[in-house]
Design a protein around this ligand. Structure first.
Ligand code: IPD
Ligand code: CA
Ligand code: CA
Ligand code: CA
Length: 259
């Protein structure tokens, strides 16, 4: 995809998530239909499903040949990364959405033949839209972001998924003692934003392709490392344990996590 095509794609993606965000904010106080999925803490609401359907309809009307992987099942059954592939998370942080009406995001990542092109993450309630890619740079609304945190592991804040910390997976208790503090936000998208803004040096979690896709495009554009926790490259077709970290801290984190 050349630069003008990529710029147009970014513009369209920003528009889709902005419209979806406005729809959610408009309905934020409506009664929700809440269902559980794999466990009592794995929730989906009518607004997750509606938002995904709306986003996928918008994508299909403008990019009919693309493949679309969506969390709530209204997309395609994607088994390869050929061509233009969109990864859609209609509400990232559904538990926060239900309990807080805050700290949740809408995310879309676009890849061509597996190569990151454009990522967009909307912090819905703050109306802050993060977007960009390797050909475009990274922006918060219209303001460029040029780099993440330059702090060391000892001086930086570390985002983590609550289960990983609770069960001391990847020596996370040791990581806790080594860094300046851990933070648990409950939305991969909002965690990515902390890294893009330089407020945290890392985020460690078990993530699906739609959790990781949008933020990966922007984090890598800013020189950060986004890999499986064991250091292997991400597989955008399956879930796994993921480390997103600034370049200066990634090796130090893995040395403890895998030690
Ligand atoms: C979840 C959130 C959460 C992360 C989970 C994700 P969802 O996404 O990003 O922070 O720990 O792994 O599944 O289900 O609310 O879109
Ligand atoms: Ca979910
Ligand atoms: Ca998610
Ligand atoms: Ca979701």
């Amino acid at each position: 995809m050349d630069k003008p095509e990529t710029a147009l794609l970014a513009l369209r993606m920003r528009d889709w998530v902005a419209q979806a965000g406005a729809h959610i904010r408009h309905h934020i106080h409506d009664p929700l239909q809440i269902q559980t999925k794999s466990s009592r803490t794995d929730l989906v609401t009518n607004l997750d499903k509606q938002t995904e359907r709306n986003l996928i309809a918008a994508i299909r009307s403008e990019y009919p040949d693309a493949q679309i992987m969506g969390e709530e099942g209204s997309g395609d059954h994607v088994t390869d990364l050929r061509g233009l592939v969109f990864f859609v998370d209609p509400i990232d942080g559904t538990m926060n959405f239900v309990k807080q009406k805050y700290n949740f995001a809408i995310m879309i990542g676009a890849y061509v033949d597996g190569t990151p092109q454009v990522g967009v993450i909307l912090n819905v309630m703050r109306q802050e839209l993060y977007w960009g890619g390797p050909q475009l740079g990274v922006y918060k609304n219209e303001t460029p972001i040029t780099h993440g945190s330059e702090l060391t592991l000892a001086d930086g804040l570390f985002g983590i998924n609550s289960a990983m910390l609770a069960y001391d997976r990847y020596h996370s208790h040791q990581l806790f003692k080594t860094c300046a503090g851990m933070r648990i936000i409950g939305s991969a998208g909002i965690e990515y934003i902390q890294l893009l803004e330089g407020r945290q040096i890392a985020y460690m979690s078990h993530l699906a392709p739609w959790d990781v896709a949008a933020g990966r495009v922007m984090a890598e554009t800013l020189g950060m490392s986004v890999t499986r926790l064991d250091g292997h490259p991400l597989d955008m077709l399956s879930s796994g344990d993921v480390l997103i970290a600034t370049a200066p801290t990634a090796d130090a984190i893995r040395a403890i996590a895998l030690g």
